[in-house]
Design a protein around this ligand. Structure first.
Ligand SMILES: O=P(O)(O)OC[C@H]1O[C@H](OP(=O)(O)OP(=O)(O)O)[C@H](O)[C@@H]1O
Ligand SMILES: O=C(O)c1cc(=O)[nH]c(=O)[nH]1
Ligand SMILES: [Mg+2]
Length: 194
């Protein structure tokens, strides 16, 4: 599955949104990939995550466990793990920082793939990887459905992306006038009150 095939899944699900969005990183963008509208369809989610699992195995070989950052990473993390035939765990925010909760544990020496939905700056991926390392995991690779950084995001381990896009993202004080004129939407979970 190449980048155009992945984009076609997003387009067909009405998930390739245009407007003015504030992203998890605080950057502003005219494009938002509303991945939940894709993952809500089991057949679309299966096609994408099966292809991602195959790319992970082709790149780093077998792994022992997949771990994702909540909320967006949970469904693709589970589905990718299903195709990898490994357990699926997730980290979630506790006092702002990602932690393994709910009795999830990493066994000593287990090889972990971190599975994310979308990578923009890589901040959420880096935070998730730090939490996995803190819990004793050996993160052999990160994987995502879409890397929208044009391949520039550095998550500290090899990043295996099913699709790579180069989408503009701006600091709030550097907005182009046409973007500034559109009312802003904040669709992610990072700034939700607890
Ligand atoms: O590479 P980054 O700059 O970190 O941006 C990408 C992250 O932003 C979104 O999560 P968000 O924090 O919006 O919450 P969600 O997972 O609940 O959608 C997305 O799911 C990624 O985790
Ligand atoms: O950077 C983000 O927060 C982000 C971008 C995007 O296109 N989709 C998404 O769910 N999050
Ligand atoms: Mg997320």
């Amino acid at each position: 599955m190449n980048t155009e095939d992945v984009l076609n899944e997003f387009r067909a699900a009405g998930a390739l949104r245009e407007g003015h969005f504030v992203l998890s990183s605080g950057l502003h963008s005219p494009v938002f990939l509303q991945k939940n509208l894709v993952f809500m369809h089991a057949d679309r989610c299966e096609r994408l995550c099966k292809a991602l699992a195959e790319k992970i195995v082709a790149t780093v070989g077998t792994v022992d466990v997949a771990i994702s950052p909540a909320v967006g990473g949970i469904i693709p993390g589970y589905e990718t793990a299903r195709h990898l035939k490994v357990a699926s765990l997730y980290v979630e925010r506790e006092g702002g920082a990602f932690k393994l909760r709910r009795g999830f544990q990493i066994e000593p020496g287990q090889k972990v793939v971190m599975v994310e939905d979308i990578v923009t700056t890589g901040l959420s991926s880096r935070e998730c990887i730090a939490a996995i390392k803190e819990a004793g995991g050996d993160v052999v690779a990160a994987a995502c459905i879409v890397d929208r950084s044009g391949g520039r995001a550095d998550v500290g381990v090899p990043l295996i992306a099913l699709a790579t896009l180069d989408v503009p993202a701006y600091h709030a004080d550097e907005l182009p006038a046409d973007l500034a004129a559109i009312p802003v939407q904040d669709p992610g979970s990072r700034r939700l009150s607890k």
